[in-house]
Design a protein around this ligand. Structure first.
Ligand SMILES: [Zn+2]
Length: 315
């Protein structure tokens, strides 16, 4: 693949220097004591020794990151970061395994770790004065058979439009022309959905939803709450020159569902929030918001520190 002609994709030393450039913009950071740029290079490539009197420990750029103790070559990690963050519909472990010529199991681990890097941490509310935020929910049904429950933990059946269902509800909030934030909820009840809407959208925002009964109460908290009547076939309505719709949220759902159908055949319910985070990350760093493939990958790499996952595979 031509895009992988740069040295960091082909050579381990170059990959390490590339990661150092992203993770240590101000000089080496000792993961043991946290000191910045107070270390010296040792004779071993990539190994630094902390110069703090109380510390003096050795470290590398991958220590205490998702790449720690991985047997996969660093240049393959760098490729994986780009593949996972660039591909709009996602990139499966099977594809990753073929592309990088590594075992499926290793690819599966890498994919989950990179996905973890794409999860955003503590977040400011979406929207703000004069901004529109859409809220909408959907149902995602590709939950592995073995993990299906026909009853909720409270004993009542899962329902969708009153019918028992194994599908899991997803709630997405999208700032018009901006970012998305998606949630997997146990049940799309008024209490669950209201809590998400209240905690993640600035109250100065203008809320757009469909006519679902989930939203009128929480809608009162915002500077405006406007609805479209999907049941009446209405998908956009103009109100005082404002286009009222939830098409951005619908668009996110459709990218997510197509990606999950194409790239990810199986998704255990406990991992669903991670897949949502992966799709949210790519949407929030899309080309239209000014991000290119390299910048998107670098942002994921940046959060590789402090997000070490140790998965145990049971199969
Ligand atoms: Zn130190």
């Amino acid at each position: 693949m031509d895009v992988f002609s740069a040295p960091q994709f082909r050579d381990d030393d170059a990959a390490r220097q590339f990661l150092e450039g992203i993770l240590w913009p101000d000089g080496p950071v000792c993961p043991h004591c946290g000191v910045i740029n107070h270390a010296y290079a040792t004779k071993r490539a990539g190994v630094f020794r902390c110069a703090e009197k109380e510390c003096r420990k050795d470290f590398t750029v991958t220590q205490k990151t998702v790449m720690e103790r991985s047997h996969i070559a660093l240049h393959k990690w760098v490729q994986a970061f780009v593949l996972m963050t660039a591909s709009k519909k996602g990139f499966s472990a099977a594809q990753l395994s073929r592309m990088l010529d590594i075992h499926y199991q290793s690819a599966w681990f890498m994919a989950h770790r990179i996905r973890e890097c794409m999860r955003s941490g503590g977040l400011a509310p979406l929207g703000g004065e004069g901004k529109i935020v859409e809220a909408d929910e959907t149902y995602y049904g590709n939950v592995e058979k073995a993990h299906r429950r026909t009853r909720r933990t409270d004993g009542r059946p899962f329902t969708k439009s009153g019918k028992a269902s194994n599908k899991r509800p997803i709630v997405s909030l999208v700032e018009r022309g901006g970012n998305v934030r998606s949630f997997h909820v146990p049940v799309a009840s008024k209490a669950e959905v209201s809590k998400i809407v209240r905690e993640n959208i600035a109250q100065e925002s203008r809320l757009h939803t469909d006519e679902s009964t989930l939203y009128p109460d929480v809608g009162d908290l915002f500077s405006a709450h406007k609805t479209v009547k999907h049941t009446a076939g209405e998908y956009v309505r103009y109100d005082d020159g404002e286009a009222v719709h939830t098409n951005s949220a619908e668009g996110c759902f459709s990218i997510f569902k197509r990606g999950m159908r194409g790239a990810y055949q199986h998704c255990k319910e406990k991992h669903l929030h991670r897949y949502l985070a992966e799709f949210d990350f790519r949407y929030n760093h899309r080309i239209r918001l000014g991000f290119n493939d390299g910048e998107r990958a670098a942002l994921a790499v940046k959060s590789a520190a402090g997000k070490r996952l140790t998965y145990r595979l049971t199969h």
